[in-house]
Design a protein around this ligand. Structure first.
Ligand code: Z5A
Length: 207
């Protein structure tokens, strides 16, 4: 049996990942392809509890190391419990964020360092790498405007502001320079035009 394809979506907050992920789900449904959709942090009972701790704005005393290790703990759980079993059954996995988020947010923007995040990413996932990663690249100001209409206010990480998002963006773009699997997509375009590029890249992989 062929392994499923492992597809991840990345980018700063509000870059449009969920929108593209939903378009991809519709496309997979039209084609009768088997898939699951998961998100990080979260996607398991344990991971959702860790997510609540990580995003709770009352946890403003959380240290950078504690934050990094919590993201990795949630990732270890979802990789072993959900992602690897699905891929080995031939089911495609679409993931809203994966370890590139840790490299960009904790490694680069929080200055924990690429060596440390690379090491922990590898350990947490047992060296499971996405087949393709879509980095939706957008200016933080534009992403902020898109997010501002939403309910629920800002979470602990969003509260760090636009200069933080700019650092995260730099971190992602630096990563994309060394990782061939990362496809950088200009996310300041209509959703359909973005999706067209994503769809073409995925069918190139499946051909
Ligand atoms: N985090 C981390 O620090 N380290 C890690 O290792 C991991 C995560 C795994 C998770 O938050 C937080 O955890 C996140 C990173 C950190 N930081 N924060 N905050 P989350 O999962 O709750 O949220 P998110 O991942 O940042 O996603 P989001 O804010 O929900 O945004 P999105 O999914 O990228 O965007 P969207 O919901 O598709 O679109 C946003 C709005 O723009 C919406 O109103 C759309 O209708 C609109 N939109 C979408 N596309 C377009 C286009 N093309 N044109 C115009 N408008 C558009």
């Amino acid at each position: 049996m062929n392994k499923g394809i492992f597809i991840t979506f990345e980018g700063i907050d509000g870059c449009g990942k969920s929108t593209q992920l939903n378009l991809l789900k519709e496309e997979f449904d039209r084609r009768g392809m088997e898939y699951i959709v998961v998100r990080e942090p979260g996607g398991t009972v344990v991971g959702e509890k860790i997510r609540t701790i990580l995003l709770d704005k009352n946890n403003d005393s959380m240290t950078r190391m504690a934050e990094l290790l919590l993201f990795e703990a949630a990732r270890a759980q979802i990789t072993e419990e959900v992602i690897l079993p699905a891929l080995s059954r031939g089911v495609n996995v679409i993931c809203d964020r994966f370890y590139d988020s840790t490299s960009a947010y904790q490694g680069y923007a929080n200055k924990m360092g690429r060596d440390l995040t690379d090491f922990l990413n590898l350990k947490a996932t047992n060296d499971t790498s996405p087949d393709i990663t879509f980095l939706l690249d957008i200016d933080p100001q534009t992403a902020f405007k898109r997010r501002s209409g939403r309910d629920g206010g800002e979470d602990r990480i969003e509260l760090q502001g636009l200069s933080y998002q700019e650092k995260v963006r730099e971190g992602y773009l630096e990563l994309a320079r060394t990782e061939e699997r990362i496809a950088v997509i200009d996310a300041d375009q209509p959703a359909d035009a973005i999706f067209e590029q994503i769809r073409n890249r995925i069918w190139d992989l499946t051909d």
